[in-house]
Design a protein. Structure first.
Length: 121
């Protein structure tokens, strides 16, 4: 049986990205939530959790902020929590910055706090 798991979403960040170094290799993971409007029903909004890893996560931390518009392409992942509820997120392969991002001055402040300045994205 064939399987296919791909999601493409366009939305705005509902909060600033939350980033951390995880695992033994201290890989950067950046998490944020986006609001995706339904074009057929203006009152329906989907809130999706997004997880970004590695260099892309560093770029998201450096340039994105609450209200930034992004296109996220990735796969949907779901995990069962200890309390029996489920956590659903999109593990991003690609994050494209579409609109409002941090200014160069704001990004440089973050870069001076230990994030590499030469990030490929």
């Amino acid at each position: 049986m064939a399987a296919f798991n791909k999601s493409v979403l366009v939305g705005n960040l509902t909060n600033d990205p939350d980033c951390a170094q995880v695992g033994e290799k201290k890989t950067t993971k950046c998490s944020f939530r986006i609001a995706v409007n339904n074009p057929r029903n203006k009152e329906e909004v989907l809130y999706m959790n997004i997880a970004v890893w590695g260099k892309s996560a560093e770029s998201c931390h450096k340039y994105l902020q609450k209200g930034s518009s992004v296109l996220v392409e990735g796969r949907i992942r779901q995990a069962k929590l200890e309390n029996g509820s489920y956590w659903t997120e999109v593990v991003a392969d690609t994050v494209q910055f579409l609109g409002k991002t941090k200014t160069a001055e704001e990004a440089n402040v973050i870069a001076s706090e230990g994030i590499e300045e030469d990030l490929a994205f």
